[in-house]
Design a protein around this ligand. Structure first.
Ligand code: SF4
Length: 296
């Protein structure tokens, strides 16, 4: 996931409702990376500034979702390009502040940005032919409760089901080629979804497929039961650690090279900052993902 945006940043689109607290892959990754980062995003819900690259990822995901809503013979690169402007317009309607990323509709940077989104779509067509696919679902919201009571929630980019019933989970990555850490994070996210699917449908997905559009790479992985059981215990341990920290407010910073991408560095004690007073454990849901979280 490239430079994820915290829960507060997507506030306009979120439906926090009265749902129970749940763990999402983005927030679980945050806590693993740095408990204080988790606090800033999920508990304090501090706003973050989305980057053009993040927003481009959201728009490209939206186009691919729309593409699969078309009849198969219309799923071509030209049609995909034509879907870009409407997808961008709709996102701005949902989050008007995103328009500030550019200096008006005539900003040449906007044209270049749209062109770069178009290039990602072209790369997509080099990786697979959508006319030969009929996904069961795109942008599928999933939720399950583990035996331990931990609630897992998230969105899967695409679910393919073969005529034989085998399930494949697909995730599009729109950032640059993964380095080791990005790949580990992406696999954590995919195992999360594989576990949720297994627990909701009783079947382990046959394949987890990551499609890196910028580098035109596919990374496929076959999860097994032993691994998913181990992963389940990992998620339970993460959730228990989050609840412990939530009770005490003791969310410690864990500095790493990823701090360079952290919007909250000025508030971080590891860099001489002072966090705001702990607001207490939020209700109802500290784990919801924003629409931008879901893109990468
Ligand atoms: S700057 Fe680094 S250590 Fe501090 S909150 Fe952000 S990720 Fe954590």
């Amino acid at each position: 996931m490239a430079e994820p945006v915290g829960a507060a940043a997507g506030g306009a689109i979120q439906d926090r409702g009265t749902r129970r607290p749940a763990l999402s892959p983005s927030r679980a990754s945050d806590f693993k990376q740095c408990p204080l980062l988790y606090r800033f995003r999920a508990v304090d819900r501090l706003p973050e500034t989305p980057t053009r690259a993040q927003v481009r990822g959201t728009v490209v995901h939206s186009v691919l979702e729309r593409l699969f809503g078309l009849p198969t013979d219309q799923r071509d690169p030209e049609r995909a390009r034509a879907l870009l402007a409407p997808a961008w317009a709709e996102l701005q309607e949902q989050q008007p502040e995103l328009a500030e990323l550019f200096d008006g509709p005539d900003d040449p940077e906007l044209a270049r940005w749209l062109e770069s989104a178009s290039a990602l779509l072209e790369s997509y067509f080099e990786l697979e032919d959508p006319r030969r696919l009929e996904p069961e679902a795109c942008e599928l919201r999933v939720e399950t409760e583990l035996d331990s009571g931990v609630l897992l929630r998230g969105f899967i980019d695409r679910v393919d089901v073969a005529p034989t019933g085998e399930i494949r989970l697909v995730d599009y990555k729109t950032g640059a080629a993964p380095r080791e850490i990005g790949e580990a994070k992406a696999m954590f996210q995919m195992k999360f979804y594989a576990l949720v699917l297994w627990r909701t449908r009783g079947e382990i997905p046959r394949q987890l497929l990551l499609m890196y559009l910028a580098s035109k790479q596919r990374l496929a992985y076959a999860p097994d039961e032993t691994e998913l059981r181990r992963f389940e215990r990992t998620l339970e341990a993460i959730w228990q650690a989050i609840l412990r920290a939530g009770r005490t407010g003791d969310f410690r910073p864990n500095p790493s090279k990823l701090c360079d991408y952290c919007d909250h560095k000025p508030l971080c004690p590891a860099f001489g900052g002072t966090p705001p007073p702990y607001p207490g454990w939020p209700e109802p849901d500290p784990g919801e993902e924003s629409v931008l979280d879901r893109t990468d």
